[in-house]
Ligand binder design. Structure first.
Ligand SMILES: Cc1ncc(COP(=O)(O)O)c(C=O)c1O
Length: 389
């Protein structure tokens, strides 16, 4: 027998990048040396002191029992200490922190917490695809906010207009931004808070790349803007800062009512994370931070190598200020998909076509700096041979 999925599942958007993964695998299986710059999976290992903590905590029988439903209080206190230390933001660990199974889960959950069928939600275009998944599961309507180069890839609230802003219930933002690599200033977040207050809008700021800012500048947290906690939450992940993508641990911080809604939903879905993972996450947040500095230096070196090599062959790109991505415009005679296909077939280099992130991603491709400088240079050498620039 075959069973039909629910209408809720049928509303989910198509996984755009599945086809790219399939084509990449096919080339690899044929024995080609493929340089994969198409993904966002951190390539470095988790720092040893965090692994040691997990190993020790895994032996503690207390952690073999169910964890507290809403996460360990010590972890939530560590999150508050982390935000105070890094951003000078005060958080009440009990009411303003929710522990998440990675931030992807939290981002999808927030739509279920705040949206009813038919509600309007604003989301960036181009943008990280899971915001749309959350909105679709809730049966809500998406309204896309164009992120344009001329506005430094920030949404222009004047253009979005009062009508959309006052109809919408929820807005997703993400800086440093995937895929454009743009960063946001504190003044943009101040403007966001005042727009949200005026229109009764909840804001979710996805701070997945919060640790990845270059040229000695730390990305701004949304919660650093005055009044941010009144209008929204920020999601953070240990995946990128501590190379813990496989561990599935993140958190949401900010507005206590939204945090309560997330916790309530999670009371019904999970019994929180494995206790040893929570203890290791605490070690990551409060322990030695020098691996984070080393990781930043490594990404910055890769960024410099890639940007220099690309500009040298005439593929003009400004050095990104954050994230481990570069967002490059492509020659106008190709669509993003045609261009990505060409690089894959002729150079065996995988890049992510911009239209996979939304219609305003057309004309761009995203490159992940998740290979060594030598491989990044090799990718550019192969592309140079195609005489495209
Ligand atoms: C913008 C953005 N948000 C959220 C995530 C999800 O991260 P995680 O679920 O590992 O916390 C990612 C992962 O690639 C991302 O790029």
């Amino acid at each position: 027998m075959e069973f039909r999925p629910s209408q809720m599942l049928e509303r989910l958007p198509e996984q755009f990048f599945a086809e790219l993964v399939r084509k990449t695998m096919q080339l690899k299986n044929e024995g080609h040396d493929v340089i994969n710059l198409g993904q966002g999976n951190p390539d470095q290992p988790t720092p040893n002191h965090i692994i040691d903590s997990l190993q020790k905590s895994a032996e503690n029988p207390l952690n073999h029992k169910y964890s507290p439903f809403r996460g360990q209080q010590e972890l939530k206190e560590a999150v508050a200490t982390f935000y105070k230390r890094n951003y000078d933001v005060d958080l009440d660990p009990t009411h303003e922190v929710a522990v998440l199974f990675g931030s992807k889960t939290g981002l999808v959950e927030i739509s279920q917490c705040l949206l009813n069928p038919g509600d309007l939600a604003l989301l960036p275009d181009p943008g990280y695809p899971d915001y749309l998944s959350g909105i679709a599961l809730a049966g809500a309507r998406p309204s896309f906010m164009p992120l344009l180069e001329k506005n430094n890839f920030l949404p222009d609230y004047e253009v979005i207009g009062k009508a959309s802003l006052s109809q919408a219930k929820l807005m997703y933002l993400n800086y440093p931004n995937n895929p454009t690599s743009a960063v946001a200033s504190e003044s943009f977040f101040d403007e966001t808070v005042s727009v949200a207050k005026e229109h009764n809008l909840a804001v979710v700021h996805d701070f997945a790349y919060g640790a990845v800012g270059f040229d000695s500048s730390q990305p701004t947290s949304f919660l650093q803007a005055e009044g941010a906690k009144e209008v929204g939450v920020e999601t953070y992940t240990l995946s990128k800062t501590y190379n813990m993508a496989g561990w599935r641990v993140g958190f949401a911080v900010g507005n206590p009512s939204i945090i309560e809604h997330i916790n309530l939903l999670q009371d019904h879905l999970y019994v929180s994370l494995f206790g040893a993972i929570q203890e290791a996450a605490k070690e990551a947040l409060l322990g030695d931070q020098s691996p984070v500095t080393d990781l930043l230096n490594l990404y910055e070196e890769r960024r410099n190598t890639f940007v220099h090599a690309a500009n040298k062959i005439g593929w003009k790109v400004d050095a990104p200020k954050g994230t481990f991505f570069c967002w490059l415009s492509i020659p106008p005679s190709y669509t993003s998909e045609e261009f990505a296909d060409l690089l894959l077939k002729e150079a065996h280099v995988v890049v992510a076509p911009g239209n996979g992130f939304g219609q305003y991603g057309e004309g761009y491709v995203r490159i992940g700096l998740l290979e060594t400088p030598e491989r990044l240079e090799e990718a550019i050498k192969r592309i140079e041979k195609l005489n495209l620039f």
